[in-house]
Design a binder for this molecule. Structure first.
Ligand code: FES
Ligand SMILES: [Fe+2]
Length: 361
């Protein structure tokens, strides 16, 4: 094969240029489905929490109709922030001049507004943000025209429902926060290939999964990880093999920065990448249990994961970030095996194509 026909990895500026990061935040992050929080945090009407997406402060709130809505966290009077943190409220009251909004965003009242000739209360409303609940996870998209999640990630919802039959009862038990000194895309690329696994993840590669069967394929804008498992009887926790998919390990990475992962025993955990700056990202690992009850197995998995795979990857991604700033780095060819498989980087090709499109349009 001639050298110019090779597919090369992205140029270093994609990971090191602060202007490019700002462009991603204003463009890509604002046009894609972003995780806001778990629906179990909003049990009753008026429950709310604030969150940040694409540099914007937002808040999610449950209405009296049971619907979870998301609004920009900004008063339509003179732009004060409406809520901080989380809580429960009957109406949303702005701390500046006490304009009051319904849980559906309409302006309900404001001191002395009736004295204003021509003031049309019904014309004032909080700015709503597209919201979808995906297996109890709240995702938002600042792009009002965005295609629904099922179009972005075809098949993922139904597959996850089959892998996690108890998803409606799941609640977050633990969030493990992992700061990494690298561009968010370095971390995501690391997550999205297993070409590095045999050398760097001894527990992972010799434990449950059968590395030679590991594969990652695009499914719309989802990267679908599948593998066969082995040694299930040696697992540190019990698995009810009568449940469908109990013996499977699988993952669904939802472009650009969230992943659902299911361990054998139908155990769900998640990754949420939160980019901080061009060379800093915080990865939030979410661990869930039935009804939020303390679960020794889940806690043990979280600790083991943090001590092995996560720890091993931190060193890799931080070294890559340093290398991307080297004048001596010229992007190398991706290892694209036409037969795909664990030692191929075809998933990186898909990812880097999305990365390129996000910036170059
Ligand atoms: S800015 Fe909110 S009431 Fe004035
Ligand atoms: Fe890894």
């Amino acid at each position: 094969m001639k050298d110019e026909t090779l597919v090369r990895s992205l140029e270093a500026r994609f990971y090191t240029d602060p202007d490019l990061f700002r462009a991603e935040r204003a463009g890509l992050f604002a046009r894609t489905w972003q995780f806001a929080g778990h629906a179990s945090a909003l049990q009753g009407p008026g429950d709310y929490f604030a969150c940040e997406v694409a540099g914007e402060s937002l808040f999610c709130v449950k209405g009296r109709d049971g619907v979870i809505r998301t609004f920009y966290n900004v008063c339509q009077h003179r732009a004060h922030r409406l809520v901080e943190g989380s809580g429960t409220t009957r109406v949303v009251v702005c701390p500046y001049h006490a304009w009051t909004y319904e849980l559906t965003g309409e302006l309900r009242a404001g001191p002395n507004i009736k004295a204003v000739p021509g003031f049309d209360r019904s014309a004032v409303c909080l700015t709503e943000v597209r919201t979808e609940i995906f297996l109890g996870f709240i995702f938002v998209n600042l792009d009002a025209q965005a295609a629904p999640m099922d179009a972005w990630f075809p098949g993922a919802r139904a597959e996850l429902e089959a892998f996690v039959p108890d998803w409606q009862r799941l609640q977050p038990l633990e969030w493990v926060e992992i700061p990494e000194r690298c561009n968010w895309k370095v971390s995501i690329e690391n997550y999205s290939e297993c070409y590095h696994c045999a050398l760097n993840h001894p527990t992972f590669a010799t434990g449950v999964v059968r590395p030679e069967t590991y594969d990652i394929q695009p499914q719309g804008h989802c990267l679908r990880h599948t593998t066969e498992c082995q040694n299930l009887d040696a697992m540190t926790y019990e698995i009810d093999m009568s449940v469908r998919h109990a013996g499977d390990y699988s993952s669904w990475f939802l472009w650009p920065m969230f992943s659902f992962q299911v361990y054998p025993g139908n155990r769900l955990n998640t990754y949420h990448w939160r980019p901080v700056s061009v060379d800093e990202v915080v990865v939030w690992r979410g661990w869930y249990s039935l009804d939020g009850v303390d679960d020794e197995v889940v806690r043990r998995l979280a600790v083991q994961d943090r001590a092995t795979t996560v720890e091993e990857d931190i060193h890799l991604v931080e070294s890559v970030q340093r290398g991307l700033s080297s004048r001596g780095y010229r992007p190398g060819p991706l290892v694209l095996d036409p037969a795909c498989g664990v030692n191929s980087e075809h998933s990186i090709r898909a990812l880097q194509q999305w990365m390129r499109e996000a910036v170059d349009g």
